[in-house]
Design a protein around this ligand. Structure first.
Ligand SMILES: Nc1nc2c(ncn2[C@@H]2O[C@H](COP(=O)(O)OP(=O)(O)OP(=O)(O)O)[C@@H](O)[C@H]2O)c(=O)[nH]1
Ligand SMILES: [Mg+2]
Length: 401
């Protein structure tokens, strides 16, 4: 699962990315600092079940710190898009190619309105962030439309003459863009157009379909960044009044706190609403004041920097992912090597016990007999829909886990 950090230039995408991954990358107050995308690992945070079961766990595919599981996911920090990117403006073609590999998008908006249309800085309150929110959706949809249109006539002909389904032809056309057949099928159903005669679709039909496809295949969450600046609060209110769901954040504060924590200067945990200064004697008065300002203006006012919340909400709300712990030994909660709660899997809500078995290992799925809910010790059939936090043992005729 790959998540793209996207938006217009100079909104704080690289700062957001670096705050989550701690990868040092160029950050500057000018547009197009990032050209080549940055990729890195960030961590989702989910309460670990080790506390509930009162065990000391030995994580393998994740990390557990003080009862919080850190689950690795991949982030890509993309170059900025500007109006017209979809038809090549400002290296748009190249930039959009990178964005299209993502499974979900985090749209970083300068909610203080302190950057103009092309990402040059301006006085806070100058730019209307609502325009920024809408433009990105438009650019990505138009880019997708352009790709579909390149082959649309041939696709229509093949549906009519060769009786290949529209979804299969579109899937083929959209290879490499992280678009699944289910995304196409859902978009077609939502539109309710005749899939047997796409030749009769109007331009408007095609645009509506592409919009739906974008929403399904590249769902987007809006991070309202730069909440430390004037006008941010008013703009967040305006966006919410217009029905936009936004998560306020301050990437700059998150990056500063993470770096200070890495050096052992403070005890900050991502997502927390507070921290303590551990080594006041080695901080300069400028550093101390900066930390106190972050505490007062961001943590006390907004509850957190919002950055970790954006990442968690992307997975747990937008993509509706759940966490499931597979084990082999029901009593010890361990795997075949005796490691306690070694793995946690992220899977979309709706995953069945049998599908989960396939996720772990093909043979486990093929030989699926039944699963066991470790909490209740009850047997679960292949169609049982997993719940977040489930601890599952799978019995298989082929291989046991
Ligand atoms: N005040 C404030 N400034 C921020 C915040 N986040 C980032 N910035 C500043 O915004 C400017 C641009 O940050 P970048 O992270 O380079 O922005 P970008 O979106 O990656 O820019 P491009 O790569 O050019 O598209 C830098 O001066 C950052 O310090 C924030 O939360 N508050
Ligand atoms: Mg950047």
């Amino acid at each position: 699962m790959l998540v793209g950090v996207v938006g217009k230039p100079n909104t704080g995408k690289s700062t957001f990315f670096s705050g989550l991954t701690l990868i040092p990358i160029p950050i500057e107050n000018r547009p197009f600092t990032t050209i080549k995308p940055n990729r890195g690992i960030a961590y989702l945070r989910s309460p670990c079940i080790c506390r509930e079961f009162k065990v000391i766990d030995q994580p393998q595919n994740s990390v557990c710190i003080n009862g919080v599981r850190l689950i690795p996911i991949e982030l890509i920090d993309c170059a900025g898009l500007i109006p017209g990117s979809w038809h090549g403006k400002g290296l748009g073609n190249y930039f959009l190619d990178a964005i299209m590999k993502a499974d979900a998008l985090i749209h970083i908006v300068d909610v203080a309105g302190a950057t103009d249309e092309e990402g040059n800085s301006c006085n806070p309150g100058t730019r209307n962030p609502i325009i920024d929110v809408d433009f990105l959706d438009y650019e990505i949809t138009m880019w997708l439309l352009k790709i579909i249109k390149k082959d649309w006539k041939r696709i229509c002909q093949k549906v009519t003459t060769k009786r290949i389904t529209l979804e299969d032809l579109l899937l083929n056309r959209l290879t490499g863009l992280s678009i699944k057949k289910s995304h196409i099928v859902t978009a077609l159903k939502q539109m309710d157009f005749d899939v047997d005669t796409p030749v009769k679709w109007t331009e408007e039909n095609l645009v509506s379909f592409t919009k739906e496809l974008r929403k399904n295949s590249k769902p987007m969450i809006i991070a309202a960044n730069k909440i430390d600046l004037p006008y941010a609060e008013e703009n967040i209110k305006l966006l919410r009044e217009k029905g936009y769901e936004v998560i306020p954040c301050c990437s700059e504060a998150e990056l500063a706190l993470r770096r200070a924590a890495e050096k052992g200067l403070i005890d900050y945990i991502p997502g927390a609403s507070n921290f303590n200064i551990l080594k006041p004697e080695i901080l300069t008065s400028v550093q101390k004041n900066a930390l106190i300002t972050i505490k007062r203006k961001i943590l006390e006012r907004w509850g957190s920097t919002g950055v970790q919340e954006v990442l968690n909400k992307t997975f747990f709300n937008l993509l509706q992912m759940i966490v499931v712990y597979p084990v082999e030994n029901v009593e010890r909660l361990s795997n075949h090597d005796g490691q306690v709660l070694p793995d946690v899997y992220l899977t979309p809500y709706g995953t069945t016990a049998k599908e989960f078995a396939y996720m772990i290992h093909t043979e486990l799925g093929e030989g699926f007999i039944h699963a066991v809910n470790v909490r209740t010790k009850r047997r679960l059939g292949e169609n049982y829909i997993l719940e977040s936090g489930d601890v599952i043992k799978i019995l298989s005729a082929k291989r046991r886990t």
